[in-house]
Design a protein around this ligand. Structure first.
Ligand code: FES
Ligand SMILES: [Fe+2]
Length: 343
């Protein structure tokens, strides 16, 4: 694969060689070129007639025009400037100004590794060292999954840290995820590292509208942070309203797989895939309505945090023992040498 050399010089391996979400699958429609930006690199994403997704640098090797302003014809990307054609492997197959010539070998686009998983398009702009993180409920037929977002945030890491922070619920999500008049104390919980990921023990919170059923619950969150920009929780739910308790079962779970696409150090796009196993299953609209509300409430506050880039040195900002998971997240990123988007 062709690579732009300066990418490899400037980005730390933990980000360069990782998978990042660059779009939701449904945004990538056959026959259309979709631009996207990942850590300031301009990308073009397209789907060929066999359904396969391609993620390339949004750059024509001829004179540097943006391929995303071109079009697709017969499964070839046609550059908007001089009409060079590129096939699905990135090879130039036609130079219209010299139609009988076989284009030189060097005439190739810069092709990135790409995959579709969990209703999302993932790309790696370096050399992938690991698989895309696991989301166990995605292939579990007892769960309904719904892709929500995109939600714009400033810092991807501040957005992720907020996702794993239960003590903001009563204030940012008053009446939804918590009670402002009687905020839940956060009892001590455990955080441990396993296989390069962070895990938490269960954290118990009271939620008046804790899931798409709009029913008051006690939720028990188990968190997992897989990558600097990917996290997950699974919560077990117990309905507290005696009148509606019959709607719940012991096995009820609501899970969220959280991803952040860093557009640049101070702009990100959050996409989440939710999974629920309730009976009856919630509708897509019920899931999205609640998530849209909650993530808007989060962005209104999280985007006011300064500095906008998250400090990974724990001596900056004032941490409390109830912030244990957030503290571990910052320390873990520091250990990994993550500089992009941090201070
Ligand atoms: S810049 Fe793309 S064909 Fe010339
Ligand atoms: Fe929140």
């Amino acid at each position: 694969m062709n690579k732009i050399p300066e990418i490899e010089r400037t980005l730390e391996p933990a980000l360069l060689n990782d998978w990042h979400v660059v779009a939701a699958s449904e945004e990538i429609v056959e026959g259309e070129l979709t631009p996207s930006t990942l850590m300031e690199r301009d990308l073009v994403i397209w789907r060929d007639s066999s359904g396969e997704v391609h993620v390339w640098e949004d750059l024509c090797i001829h004179r540097g025009a943006r391929l995303s302003k071109g079009f697709i014809a017969s499964d070839k990307v046609v550059c908007p400037y001089h009409g060079w054609n590129y096939d699905g492997t990135g090879r130039c197959t036609l130079i219209p100004a010299s139609p009988n010539e076989t284009p030189m070998k060097k005439a190739r686009t810069i092709v990135h590794h790409s995959q579709e998983k969990y209703g999302l398009v993932w790309a790696c702009i370096g050399t992938p060292e690991k698989d895309i993180p696991d989301f166990p409920e995605w292939n579990d037929a007892t769960y309904k999954t719904v892709v929500c977002g995109p939600y714009p945030f400033k810092s991807a890491y501040r957005a992720l840290e907020n996702f794993i922070d239960p003590s903001h619920f009563p204030f940012v999500h008053a009446g939804v995820n918590g009670l402002m008049d009687s905020p839940d104390p956060i009892p001590p919980y455990k955080v441990w590292e396993e296989g390069g990921e962070l895990f938490s023990s269960e954290v118990q919170v009271t939620q008046p509208y804790g899931d798409p059923r709009e029913v008051p619950v006690i939720s028990y969150y188990s968190y997992r942070v897989m990558r600097p920009c990917v996290a997950y929780f699974k919560k077990r739910l117990v309905i507290t309203d005696p009148e509606r308790a019959h709607e719940g079962r012991e096995s009820d779970r609501f899970c969220t797989f959280f991803t952040a696409q860093q557009v640049d150090p101070e702009h990100s796009i959050i996409r989440i895939t939710c999974a629920a196993n309730f009976d009856p299953l919630p509708t897509d609209e019920d899931v999205r309505r609640r998530q849209d509300l909650v993530y808007q409430q989060d962005a209104d506050i999280v985007d006011t945090q300064r500095p906008e880039r998250i400090p990974v040195d724990l001596r900056a900002e004032l941490h409390h023992s109830t912030d244990l998971l957030g503290m571990k997240y910052r320390a873990w990123m520091r250990q990994m040498g993550i500089e992009y988007g941090t201070v």
